[in-house]
Design a protein around this ligand. Sequence first.
Ligand code: SF4
Length: 304
Amino acid sequence: MSQIIFGPIHSRRFGKSLGIDLSPGKKQCNYDCVYCELDPAKTMSDYSDVLPVSQIITAVKEALTQHGDIDVLTITANGEPTLYPCLLQLIKEINGIKGHTKTLILSNGSTISDPKVREALLLIDTVKLSLDCATQACLKKIDRMHAGITIEDIKQGMLDFKAMTQRPLIIEVLIVEGINDKPKEIEALNAFLLQLSPDRIDLGTIDRPPAYAVKPVSYEKLLAFTRLFDPSLAVHITQRKTATSKPSAYSKDEILSTLKKRPLTAEDIDILFDEESQNLLKKLLNTEEIIETENNGVVFYKIP
Ligand code: SF4
């Protein structure tokens, strides 16, 4: 039972989160991403090991009783959670027992063109889907997907899903050196994401030892990529371990022109601005020349 539930994990963004693993026994995925934290495994279109819904619900009930004050239930898997064949029934049952607790799903996005998957995802409070590339050749190189998965189906499925929901849709993009870090790939992503208009884009890179011999890109490169996205898109850099920048001094005009080009998160400000510049930013907040906005748990500073 304890394998199905993991945590609680405390995060500034989501609060106290309990993870639900829909494939605790083995990796079951329709992708074989070069950056996966799990060992490489043969891709599949359906789970071969399927837990009964009742077993997952019993584990969730026990964990909720034990921990009491959980803010979010995060549905995930050793692999891809939306391949779980009873997802709709499971989500309905979770919604019946979760009380005020929110739900979040972390999916690789590959199944979003399936109406049954969309039906289940519509019942989840926050949906986070991955999209590493907007072209078929790039997707194949980085996510090494199961036969039959196409980027066009994924993109259309995301657009259809977005049109059906008012709830937050977050897109996660993971950048790998030498694969999807070329400006033309970022431009293709930008063009699609402008059309999709997700609530937020989380831009990151490899964090833990990957399945294959691939490398992360630097924080500075991620920051440069954020500038290739349209300023109307809320892009949040999620990975700062690779940062080598030293905090710099910014004048009032430099702060305003930087934020005009692209809103920055509180974490970016911490890395890029020295103490004096951070104090200047606070003054600009007081005079409302800069505003602070919150986007699904992430604070952005921007020009009003
Ligand atoms: S989708 Fe997730 S679990 Fe599947 S291979 Fe990629 S990183 Fe690993």
